[in-house]
Design a protein around this ligand. Sequence first.
Ligand code: SF4
Ligand code: SF4
Length: 390
Amino acid sequence: MTTVPYGARSSALAMLDALAKKHPVPLAAIVQLTRRCNLGCRHCFQVERAGVELATEEWKLVLRRLADAGVLFLTFTGGEPLLRRDFVELVREARALAFAIKVKTNGLLLDEAACKALAAAAVMEVHFSFYATDPALHDRVTGLAGSHAKTLAAARHMRELGVHVLLNCALQADTFDGYGAVIEFARAEGMDWSFDPGIQVQEDGCTRPADHRLAPGQLERLYADPRLSLPLALEDTGKKLRSTVCRVGEAMVAVAPNGDVWPCLSLLEPLGNLVESPLERIWVGNPRLARLARICWADLPECRGCELLGFCVRCHANALHEDGDLLGPSRLACAAARARARAAGVGPERSDDAGLAPEGESRRLPFAGGATEMAGEFTVRPRRQEEGQR
Ligand code: SF4
Ligand code: SF4
């Protein structure tokens, strides 16, 4: 997942990050309370919206097990987490266990009582899905008339109660021109903002959400915007080849609505279940997770010779779901890397702005090294009818 960060990391967080690398389980957990949602956003990657959900007491056991394992940061997400009737009760339980809590929501069900309960539980941050300052445009993305007004009212209410609010904006081709307005709006309201230009395909490989991705020229303008302070410089490729591709297995544990533990929120491969076992037993020494966490850039047969390697931020899950190979190139990452390189003034010429399909063959750099045998260990779900639409 490619997210444009907001603000600089504090030294305290950097220290915690260093500590996390030595800790046998991640210091952060993201808990998907439900896959149900009260919106039908056009770009959503989630396919399955039903499924088994833990009962309240089971969730409390899961939270205790996360706390016992040393998890400090807890993010509640969904679906829409407030669709759980026990949501406030679970937040209070998490607070009693001394987690630093974040909530990701669309805000539609955050009424006055829920806002006050979150503020009283000293929730650290509430992230609202927010797509545009223009209500009609926002509502077109969510598919629900009036959703903009409700989301905004809840965000303002949380802010008034002294809670840190972040507007989380999945940037799309037709909302792109308004991203500057989102920054100005957030600043005026005393809120933070974050842009995610990496619209993922659906979990089953359906490519419909990709129709809303930014065009290459838009991506390039985004990466060149000094307000976003995005890193563009070519990284030392020799050093990068020896480093891991992402922090899966290290930075954050993801928990499914049924208590299953996933490597991350995009790789939905159950490693064990937190109702049945403590986190340490599921996570520490898990051979599949260890192999995933060890994948270096040098292990990616095609990427390791790519001229854009120094500009690339690649996600195994995106490569798997969209392009069918966990170790292969990801067209989402390729497009972003090209845009970063162009924004830095060293990229290949753009052939067109029409879409995100790979622009021909990248020039390969010489490299000698051995690939891991991860391909095939994580499988793609069956593709749906949209496979051939681009
Ligand atoms: S595979 Fe890596 S980059 Fe992708 S979502 Fe998971 S942790 Fe993040
Ligand atoms: S730009 Fe594409 S091919 Fe090159 S390293 Fe990134 S994902 Fe691999």
